[in-house]
Design a protein around this ligand. Structure first.
Ligand SMILES: Nc1nc2c(c(=O)[nH]1)N[C@@H](CN(C=O)c1ccc(C(=O)N[C@@H](CCC(=O)O)C(=O)O)cc1)CN2
Length: 284
């Protein structure tokens, strides 16, 4: 029997509808949520993601502004742009599309975004608050995965979650969010010996390695929930995840496809966080 598909497009749309209603209510009060998207350089994938983010904002009545800067922009010029956006009252959320060109230090740039506008949830203050379980903006991809699990009725408490990958924007926060819902969490990574011996223990397996079709049937326990965060191109340049879907289908109880699984949730949760940022300005 095939695994149940966790459909990120459908779940994402349901959440976007609810976010759109919140936008309408804010506009009735004279406030249009505004997102500034900063894109530096000519990375084609980044340009596509940024376009999709702007389209998604427009679709629910939010304002978005693209700040497109050339590849040779200096770090100081970029920081100056962010300082300007920090001051603007019509901008409630700021995101700097990653990756940045090599000559710019991502950590310094992200730390410059005002925490109340850090809708990507990447700044050190946001990350610290998340670690402490305090209210803050959660990073969009792990936040989206938590929503996929919630909307699919998947129990987390008491389950063993194994994370493959330890990036700042997915792997690390993913484990924290699952821990806060009382999962037992194991982090694995490129230096983990005998990876399948860990992943086969997972009730919930999160693949965030960035390697096409890396997770195969030998990594997955019968009945596990498999969440594929990867976005890769295979040898035929076809979009694929970190999980070999064809092999794992039928072993997992639930699985996310690529495309159409975690990806659409990343932008959905960005919209969610930006509307929250706008609402926060009303209650201060
Ligand atoms: N500042 C940020 N930079 C980056 C982030 C981020 O969250 N904030 N994440 C990724 C890229 N990303 C958003 O920026 C992103 C990646 C993928 C998708 C998505 O919807 N994927 C689709 C397939 C799209 C396709 O056809 O190529 C899917 O999986 O169904 C959305 C957003 C790195 N940078």
């Amino acid at each position: 029997m095939s695994s149940a598909i966790i459909n990120g497009k459908e779940i994402g749309q349901e959440i976007r509808n609810a976010v759109a209603e919140r936008v309408t209510r804010l506009k009735e009060r004279g406030l249009t949520p505004g997102l500034a998207v900063v894109l530096v350089g000519d990375n084609q994938a980044s340009a596509t993601y940024v376009r999709n983010k702007q389209k998604s904002c427009e679709a629910i009545g939010m304002f978005s502004e693209l700040i497109k800067l050339p590849e040779e922009t200096t770090q100081e010029e970029l920081l100056a742009q962010i300082e300007l956006l920090n001051q603007r009252e019509d901008i409630h959320g700021i995101l700097v599309q990653l990756p940045l060109p090599k000559h710019i230090d991502e950590d310094t740039v992200i730390a410059t975004i005002a925490v109340e506008k850090d809708v990507d949830g990447f700044s050190p203050v946001s990350v610290g608050k998340m670690m402490l379980g305090q209210e803050t903006f959660l990073p969009c991809t792990p936040f989206g995965v938590m929503k996929l699990l919630e909307y699919s009725g998947i129990e987390i408490a008491g389950k063993h979650a194994v994370i493959v990958g330890r990036s700042h924007i997915v792997g690390k926060p993913m484990g924290q969010l699952l821990l806060q819902k009382d999962a037992t969490v194991t982090y694995t990574h490129s230096k983990t010996p005998d990876l399948p011996s860990f992943t086969r223990q997972a009730d919930i397996l999160i693949a965030a390695v960035g390697r096409a079709n890396f997770i195969t049937k030998e990594h997955v326990k019968e009945g596990a929930v498999v969440i594929d965060v990867g976005i890769n191109r295979d040898d035929n340049n076809k979009l694929c995840g970190d999980v070999n879907f064809a092999e794992v289908d039928g072993i997992a109880s639930h699985i996310t496809p690529v495309p159409g699984g975690v990806g659409p949730m990343t932008i959905t949760m960005l919209l969610f966080n930006t509307v929250q940022a706008a609402e926060n300005t009303l209650v201060q």
